[in-house]
Write a new protein. Structure first.
Length: 317
């Protein structure tokens, strides 16, 4: 009996040691969910990235027996991109990178704010909410290009183009803002460019709105009840409850939006053009490597700004 009583506490202690804590269990679950992506990355993406970096520092040519010959070329491919090579439109690549980065850094915050605003509206409690969601999401999910083509079929191409150009043209908006406001010229151009591209912004926000809507519906309603009892305003509730609880969702939306915008940029087309159309794999690989570094730097910049805004939001009363 005494030996059995001595072994029971020791066995219970071993069982407690073997049990994972809640935080460690969450880490294990996260790793299990990420495991398919990690396997896919190692099998299909890691090796092409290594080969791309290798080709960017080499002069690639076709071997006589088949395959490719690699001659180390140093950083000559990178230097040629910014000194001698031009894009398919005859522009220097430095200008192409500057213009694409400016466009994406302007479009991404607009898409983020627009998506969150639409998700908050669609998450509000009102009659016929399901019908409104279907009407709202149907053109975005199917694509605004299809909607515009249907408008062209039903009302005529010239009429559809005229309505879009007349009401959303940047020239019309610039004149209106100049006459009715005292805003600086740069701010006026930014607003006019953002509004004139509203169709492109809306067509690229369908997935982001759905993600934000799912995140809003996952927030515990008791948090809003506590904020209401404490007398918090809607502004304070947004910065103290909604925005912090959407932190991980917002990060995912930012990453998705940046990657989607960069994939649709002209730089991606130039990479294909150099590597496959001009058969200059070395320059194409160098441009691809610069493009990848550019995407990572812009992502880090945007995530840093988002973290700064999140920190300020928590400190507000």
């Amino acid at each position: 009996m005494s030996m059995g009583n001595r072994t029971k506490p020791a066995d219970a202690l071993r069982v407690r040691r073997r049990r994972l804590t809640f935080q460690n269990m969450r880490k294990v679950h996260a790793f299990v969910f990420l495991l398919p992506w990690i396997i896919g990355f190692l099998l299909f993406f890691a090796l092409p990235v290594v080969h791309t970096l290798e080709y960017s520092f080499s002069q690639v040519s076709v071997a006589d027996q088949g395959g490719m010959n690699l001659a180390f070329h140093g950083v000559e491919n990178y230097i040629a991109l910014f000194r001698t090579e031009l894009s398919s439109k005859g522009q220097p690549f430095l200008r192409v990178f500057v213009e694409e980065n400016a466009r994406i850094l302007i479009s991404a915050p607009i898409m983020l704010v627009f998506s969150l605003f639409c998700a908050i509206l669609l998450n509000a409690n009102f009659k016929g909410r399901s019908v409104v969601r279907v009407i709202f999401f149907l053109p975005i999910v199917t694509g605004l290009d299809i909607v515009q083509k249907l408008l062209a079929v039903t009302s005529g191409t010239s009429m559809a183009d005229f309505s879009i150009d007349s009401f959303f043209s940047s020239g019309f908006l610039m004149d209106a803002l100049r006459q009715s406001s005292f805003l600086p010229e740069t701010v006026t151009e930014y607003i006019a460019g953002a509004v004139s591209g509203i169709f492109q912004v809306a067509s690229g926000c369908g997935v982001q709105i759905l993600i934000f809507l799912a995140g809003l519906q996952s927030i515990n309603r008791s948090l809003y009840e506590v904020a209401q009892i404490e007398g918090a305003t809607s502004y304070e509730t947004f910065w103290k409850v909604t925005f912090p609880m959407l932190g991980n969702v917002t990060t995912f939306v930012v990453v998705y939006s940046f990657v989607d915008l960069f994939l649709a940029s002209s730089i991606a087309s130039e990479i294909y053009n150099y590597a496959f159309m001009r058969a200059n794999i070395g320059l194409g690989a160098a441009l691809s490597s610069l493009f990848m570094v550019n995407v990572l730097l812009d992502l880090l910049l945007m995530l840093g700004i988002l973290k700064l805004l999140s920190g300020r939001g928590r400190r507000r009363a």
